[in-house]
Ligand binder design. Sequence first.
Ligand code: GLN
Length: 304
Amino acid sequence: MDYTEIITEIYNEVRGIKERGKVADYIPALAEIDPSQLGIAVATADGNVFGIGDWQTKFSIQSISKVFTLAMVIRHIGDEIWQNVGREPSGNPFNSLIQLENECGKPRNPFINAGALAVTDRLMRLYERPKEDILCFIRQLADSEDIYFDKNVAISEIYHSSRNSALAYFMKSFGNIEGDVETLVDIYCNHCSITMTCGELARSFLFLANRGVNPFNGEEVLSVSMSKRLNALMLTCGFYDESGDFAFRVGLPGKSGVGGGIVAVIPGELSIAVWSPGLNRHGNSCLGIEVLERFTTRLQTSIF
Ligand code: GLN
C-alpha cells in the first residue's frame, strides 16, 4: 500500500490550521524552534517509508525516548521493573509531584517524568555505558547510524532541571532511586535530547508494529508479550492526562514528546511519526494529534 496520497491530503488540510499551540519554553533551547514546521512519515514493515513536509528534519524526541529506555530495561529484567514503577494512567501532568508522596515514591507509570527517571535509574545499573548503549539501541531500531544527542538541548535542560531533580531526590528518599541523582538527571536529559527525523522515528517504532521483532535485522527486541505490554502502556499512558482523549480521537498506541513529535503504531501494519512543535496545554503536539485523528479516520483502521 502506498500512503503518499493520504498523508499528502492530510498535510495540505492541516497546514492551514492557525491554532497550533505553543512551543515548549521551559527548556530554553526548545523555545527557539520555528513553530511553522510540520512533517509526517509512515513506515511499513516491509521497510518502505512515505513522507511529506518536514519529515527529514531532525527534532528533539524528548519523552518519546522513554519508550526506548523502558524497552532496554524490560528486555533485561522483565517484570522486575514493576517493583519500581506502576502501570496505571496518572491523570496528572507529566512533571507532577502530587501523587508521589501519597504513593510512597512509586510513580504511576513509566512515561511520566518520575516513572522515566526510575526506569533510567535501573538502566544505569544494567548497562555499562548507558548513553552510548541508548544511542546504539535506537540506531539499530531505526537502521540508521545518524542518530545523536543534541548537546545544546541536553545542557539547556540540565540547567533547568530543578523539577526533575526534585522528583528524583524525592523518590530516593523512599528508596526508589539507587543511583547518584546528578548522574541520573544527566543521562535522562541526554536521552530526551536525542534528535531524529519523522522518517527515522517511524522506522524505529516498527518493532512495536511487528510483534517485537526489528524488521531490519530480524532480531527479537522484545517478546510478543512484552511488545503487547509496551503498546498497552503507550495507549493508556503515552499522552499523560490526555491519554484517554488520544485513544478516543486516534485509537492507536502512541507516544508524544515536548519537542512536538508524536509516534503511533498500527500493530501488524505500520508506524507513523508526526512532528509539529506547537503544543497544547497537556504538552502534546496540536497538529500532531489532528493529523493522526484524520489518518485513522480516513483509513478506517485503528486498534478498535
Ligand atoms: N525532557 C522533558 C522533561 O523532562 C520531557 C517531557 C516530555 O517530553 N513530555 O520535562
